[in-house]
Design a protein. Structure first.
Length: 255
């Protein structure tokens, strides 16, 4: 049976049973609570799987607030059911995923029973992507902006590479300032070396852009042709996602 894994004094995780190529081991549902507090905050309740939601409820106790890192279905599908189970309001940057509460605002600080959560807009993976920083914990909930394993997809047109690179640079600044000691991703394991991982993400994007430039210079004129040249070693079942990523890169290179 799935149980909550304690990660820090203020954070624990319940892994949803929805593994896949895009979700890795599954969606991480994060439970946040100040030590000694009665109420919790649940981030990304995930798929509408009753067993998963009951496990989250058992670990979270009274839920004061539901937060979403971005709009993708594997994070938001359970919104209606989980709001019904908990009676909690829900907030996201996209108003479609808000219930009885205002949209999240970049730079605001949420406080729940002594727990402080800083909202950091990090568009790029999607236009509504947000990271959540627990300043007293050194933990950054990254949604799909940074994954615990591998790299994330920037799927055009909702994914915008220029915005994504800016968001990575912002996260790197937070790491350099000592605000982030660990990253709690939407998928995959916890990241305990955030500087190395963010640097890897930035280097990976730079390398991919160089490869796309070279493919275009060699005559590729469509995302599919670029994928065939650049992603030849990648399983072809992933090529449709790669085409969307290439489209985002081509759009960036046209700026």
């Amino acid at each position: 049976m799935t149980v909550a894994t304690v990660v820090s004094d203020r954070t624990s995780c319940v892994l949803a049973e929805n593994p896949g190529v895009m979700t890795l081991e599954g969606t991480n549902t994060w439970i946040l609570r100040e030590p000694g507090a009665r109420r919790s905050v649940v981030v990304d309740p995930g798929p509408a799987d009753e067993r998963h939601l009951q496990t989250v409820l058992a670990a979270s106790g009274e839920v004061a607030l539901i937060l979403f890192t971005h709009r993708h279905f594997d994070h938001t599908e359970a919104l209606g059911r989980f709001a019904e189970l908990t009676g909690a309001s829900a907030r996201a940057i996209d108003p479609e995923f808000c219930r009885d509460a205002d949209v999240l605002v970049d730079g605001e600080q949420i406080e729940v029973d002594g727990l402080a959560i800083d909202v950091i807009a990090t568009p790029g993976h999607t236009t509504d992507s947000v990271c959540l920083l627990l300043p007293e914990d050194g933990s950054l909930l990254s949604g799909d902006t940074i994954l615990g394993r591998g790299t994330t997809i920037i799927a055009h047109p909702d994914g915008v590479l220029g915005s994504y690179l800016d968001s990575l640079a912002h996260i790197r600044e937070l790491v350099e300032e000592g605000m982030v000691q660990r990253i709690l991703p939407g998928h995959g394991p916890v990241i305990d070396q955030p500087a190395a991982v963010v640097d890897f993400y930035l280097e990976h994007r730079a390398e991919r852009l160089d490869q796309v430039r070279q493919a275009v210079e060699a005559g590729a004129s469509s995302p599919r042709e670029v994928v065939e040249a650049v992603y030849a070693d990648v399983d072809q079942s992933l090529w449709p996602a790669a085409e969307l990523s290439v489209a985002a890169q081509l759009d960036y290179l046209r700026l």
